[in-house]
Design a protein around this ligand. Structure first.
Ligand code: ADP
Ligand code: MG
Length: 695
């Protein structure tokens, strides 16, 4: 395989993309694939065979020996099972073979993926089927085929199937609205997504010495270092050579895989960075974000680094999130969240805006639940990420427009022109909404919404399934009403005004980090689901289940299964963290501080015998002894309480949140105090200043 040197040649060189298909397939097969993707028609087996053969030839030319159905089970990461292309032909020889049947349907014996009871283990074999809307690619010598994953009974067992369903549904409903505005051309409306990904990079050797990082992805202990992010010198600061080399390698790796990696910079905390791609359709964005997370870790390894994707690797400095930029666009190239220049375009924009506002207000609890998991609990509401309360930021100008519509008053635009809000005239909407409010969980940023509550490690699929489906529901309600209207203009105005009025409470343009906002939000009746344990039960609230079932995104069983998986996962994660803590306390910290105290006592005794002052040794030894006992007591309590975890999943979640996390806090407090007074040579693992300033 030749190494492409120029970026345009490098880009997508490991992807069996549209151009490659056009080159390598007969025009009939290429046409069938294209129709399948744009119109949702199915592929017949002879076409599948031809595509499989072409894919295999291409992959083998690039040095691939295996193929895998690459899918996204409900663990939140990707899964793959590799089969080689080899097929025996007798005489001890093989040929490289790959059939259409293997392309469109594989059968991993994947009985150990979480299924939330959807699949009994005795009939464990799920099946996987190629998602022809996402290109196959080569990774580490394997042809990877993006795939959906279902049970034999047809239940979705993955994060891709419902995403594809939600994209279809929002397209269907959006088109109904566009037709009302006289658009006869648009065939498809696509949910577009651009996820900004934050991460930490630390030195691999130091990482290896921290059991907590290896087991849980975050530090469970660590006193505040003398320097954290106070100097504010890291954000957008000059990138260090070792990090720059990593970023270059990462970019090139991602480009070869067709990922549109675009922006890279340092983030707020020391050792924290960000990568943002150019947006694409939600399905591709989701696949690519999974690939990006995987490659971030693998490329780091090549550079003697470890990439931490956990939401809160270090207490006391900012954690990592993911900003999910989301919008809707037509296949004719129009962004439906971009304010237009004519009254009719603006009316359409305002209707889509109204649908979004109504939807976020009505399903704020569900949206909150899509970003609820233990890692993210450390960030949301902690003055470094949006609060746990969902609200929408519109910016001053757009907010004025909305308010003037509600009040029926005149809107003064920035050019000081007074606009009349009459029956057929809607205000000019400010085009450039650059006023960015960094504290809002859901910010309008000119032509898209930025959902800022996602955690850095999570799949972006869940939140986007929710946004698409919520939008589909509201657009459906609007279309149902307006399609019957005898006076479209008048009814449209009335509808927009009513929706803005009824759902104004979800709009908030102030500082989301302010405590006064939380009090205000409660007065407005907004949900304040502060932890995962509060938020996850919303998953299966009746109105939410009804929403997804009605639009065919999840069956009742599928959504219940998902809730169950998330709930169980919560307790599992907390339990692993707690056990790791106990482990480190008993095997590392207690022996170390005991040794330190003993040495201090011995030194004090020998100094004292010679009449040398030994205040330092005696006071420190006493303090270490006191804290050691406190740590031991906290550790004993944690271990005892862990053993009392209730069997029922929901009770276990609440118990882990209320009891285990509190116990862990106590243990950490004692350990961190010990770290502060223990001599460096005794402390059993690298401390924060080593880790955060290691690269
Ligand atoms: P920031 O939030 O840091 O100011 P940018 O404005 O540069 O970032 O954009 C952030 C992300 O939003 C990028 O991934 C970009 O491609 C994406 N984006 C831009 N326009 C859209 C859109 N219409 N739909 C979805 N994502 C978009
Ligand atoms: Mg952003």
């Amino acid at each position: 395989m030749s190494t492409p040197t120029k970026l345009p040649e490098l880009f997508g060189s490991m992807v069996f993309n549209e151009e490659t298909m056009k080159e390598r397939l007969s025009s009939a097969s290429y046409g069938a694939w294209k129709k399948c993707v744009t119109e949702g028609t199915s592929l017949d087996i002879s076409t599948a065979n031809e595509i499989a053969e072409a894919m295999k030839q291409w992959a083998v030319e690039k040095g691939a020996t295996h193929f895998t159905h690459w899918f996204q089970p409900m663990t939140g990461v990707t899964a793959e099972k590799h089969d080689s292309f080899i097929s025996p032909v007798g005489g001890g020889k093989i040929i490289m073979e790959f059939s259409g049947k293997e392309l469109v349907r594989g059968e991993p014996d994947a009985s150990s993926f979480p299924s939330g009871g959807l699949r009994a283990t005795f009939e464990a074999r799920g099946y996987t089927a190629w998602d022809p809307t996402s290109f196959a690619f080569i990774k580490e010598g394997s042809l990877c085929i993006p795939t959906i994953f279902c049970s034999y009974s047809g239940h979705a067992l993955d994060k891709k199937t419902p995403l594809l369903r939600s994209m279809d549904e929002v397209s269907r409903q959006a088109i109904r609205i566009l037709r009302l505005f006289g658009d006869t051309e648009t065939k498809r409306v696509t949910a577009s997504v651009g996820p900004e990904q934050e991460y930490f990079l630390i030195d691999k050797e130091l990482y290896a010495q921290r059991r907590d990082l290896r087991m849980t992805g975050r530090t469970l202990f660590g006193a505040k270092p003398p320097r954290g992010q106070e100097l504010e010198d890291h954000y957008f600061g000059a990138i260090k050579p070792r990090v720059a080399a990593y970023m270059k390698d990462l970019d090139e790796t991602l480009w070869a895989l067709g990922v549109l990696s675009k922006t890279k910079h340092n983030e707020v905390a020391p050792s924290q960075h960000e990568m943002a791609p150019i947006f694409s359709d939600a399905n591709t964005a989701c696949d690519h974000n999974q690939l990006a997370m995987e490659m971030m870790k693998k490329v780091a390894d090549r550079h003697g680094l470890v990439c931490l994707l956990h939401e809160k690797p270090f207490a006391g400095v900012n954690g990592s999130g993911k900003h999910d930029n989301w919008s809707l666009g037509t296949d004719t190239g129009k962004n439906l969240f971009k304010p237009g220049s004519t009254p009719s375009q603006n009316a359409q924009f305002l209707l889509f805006l109204a649908a979004f506002i109504k939807g976020v207000d009505e399903y704020q609890d569900f949206l909150r639940a899509t970003v609820a998991f233990p890692g993210n609990d450390h960030r949301l509401g902690a003055q470094e990420a949006p609060p746990a309360v969902i609200s929408i930021f519109l910016g001053d100008e757009l907010n004025d427009v909305v308010e003037s519509i509600i009040k029926g008053t005149e809107h003064k635009d920035s050019g000081k022109r007074t606009l009349e809000i009459g029956v057929d005239v809607l205000p000019a909407i400010p085009q450039d909404n650059t006023d960015r409010n960094r504290t809002s969980p859901m910010a309008f940023t000119g032509n898209k919404f930025e959902f800022r509550m996602l955690g850095s490690s999570q799949s972006i699929s869940g939140p986007n399934i929710a946004l698409n489906t919520i939008m589909a529901e509201e657009l459906k309600q609007f279309a149902d009403e307006l399609e019957k209207s005898k006076d479209f203009q008048a009814d449209l105005q009335k509808l927009i005004k009513k929706v803005f009025t009824d759902h104004q409470r979800i709009i908030f343009n102030g500082n989301g980090y302010d405590d006064a906002w939380i009090a205000e939000a409660e007065k407005r009746g907004l949900c304040n689901l502060t932890s995962t344990a509060d938020a996850l039960p919303m998953y299966t609230a009746k109105k939410n289940v009804d929403l997804f079932v009605k639009h065919g995104i999840y069956t009742k069983e599928e959504i219940n299964a998902r809730a169950e998986i998330h709930i169980e996962n919560y307790t599992t994660v907390i339990s692993i963290e707690a056990h790791t803590m106990v482990d480190m306390i008993r095997h590392d910290i207690l022996p170390a501080v005991s040794g330190y105290a003993t040495d201090l006592c011995e030194r004090a005794a020998s100094k004292d015998a010679l009449g040398v002052a030994c205040k330092y040794e005696t006071t420190t030894a006493k303090e270490v002894g006191k804290l050691t006992d406190a740590l031991l007591a906290a550790c004993d309590k944690l271990e005892k309480d862990l053993a009392k975890t209730p069997a029922d999943a929901k009770k276990a979640m609440a118990y882990s949140h209320d009891t285990i996390i509190a116990d862990m806090g106590k243990a950490r407090e004692a350990a961190d105090q010990l770290e502060r007074i223990t001599a460096s040579e005794y402390w059993p693992f690298p401390v924060y200043s080593d880790l955060l300033f290691s690269v």
